[in-house]
Design a protein around this ligand. Structure first.
Ligand code: 8X3
Length: 249
């Protein structure tokens, strides 16, 4: 518990989309939330809104991750490893290798770095680790390339960690969302090309929202402490499988 007597949660990538929504839902569920992200102005506004704290953190920076651990202190109840993203949609034959490295760095090394650094506090706080995976961690798709590879790796990190922590009071969980229409995911993937980003959701009546995922984050975090939700795969009703999407033209 924290000095405010609320249980403490950390959300990375909290400046927008699923991260910001998760911070709001956890605050509503009674947590003091440390909102961690690169964009300080955004997380400061969010922290003010939800009576939490803002810590500027690029999960690929060792210094930032160390500062985050320092801000957290000795006990932590929930860590949402949400920071991540897809950069590019090119086939493997045209792979942008720098983008692939960047994706591995943020989606995999970032998760490992933040988890490693906050693990003592999570053990002390009988905490819950939630990793934001993806259906891209379960199946390949054309153009998925580096993102598919990185999310498969993130899933492997989750499963490894759960085995390694089997005798500790720490839960290890993954949420694997399919099509979520969030503020920045598709736009980032297509380097700001709004037309290409919009095409991802074209004709889909109701893609998932960031709030749909945040609701699951808060639900996982508030289960009785002996209940470990290993993995939740969640898609909009219109997406029966990665390639099987109902679109109305
Ligand atoms: C997002 C799901 O289908 O764009 O992680 O890879 S997908």
């Amino acid at each position: 518990m924290t000095s405010s007597s609320r249980p403490l949660a950390v959300v990375t990538g909290a400046s927008s989309g699923i991260g910001a929504a998760s911070a709001r839902y956890l605050a509503r569920a009674g947590f003091e939330v440390v909102c961690a992200a690169r964009r300080l102005d955004r997380i400061e506004a969010l922290a003010k809104e939800i009576d939490g704290r803002a810590v500027q953190c690029d999960v690929t920076s060792a210094e930032d991750v160390a500062s985050l651990a320092e801000a957290v202190g000795e006990q932590l109840q929930v860590l949402v490893n949400n920071a991540g993203g897809a950069f590019g949609f090119e086939p493997v034959a045209d792979a942008d290798l720098d983008a692939w490295r960047q994706m591995y760095e943020v989606n995999v090394i970032g998760v490992a770095a933040v988890t490693k650094s906050l693990l003592p506090a999570l053990v002390a706080g009988q905490g819950t680790i939630i990793v934001m995976g993806s259906t891209a961690g379960q199946v390949a798709y054309e153009g998925g390339g580096g993102y598919v590879a990185a999310k498969h790796a993130a899933k492997a990190v989750v499963d490894t960690l759960r085995l390694e922590l089997f005798d500790q009071s720490v839960r290890v969980c993954e949420i694997a969302p399919g099509m979520v229409r969030s503020e920045g995911f598709a736009l980032t993937r297509f380097s700001g090309d709004q037309v290409k980003a919009d095409a991802v959701y074209a004709g889909v009546a109701e893609p998932l929202t960031s709030e749909d995922i945040a609701d699951i984050v808060a639900w996982i975090a508030t289960r009785p402490s002996h209940v470990n939700i290993d993995r939740i795969t969640v898609r909009p009703r219109a997406q029966a499988a990665q390639h099987k999407v109902h679109r109305v033209q």
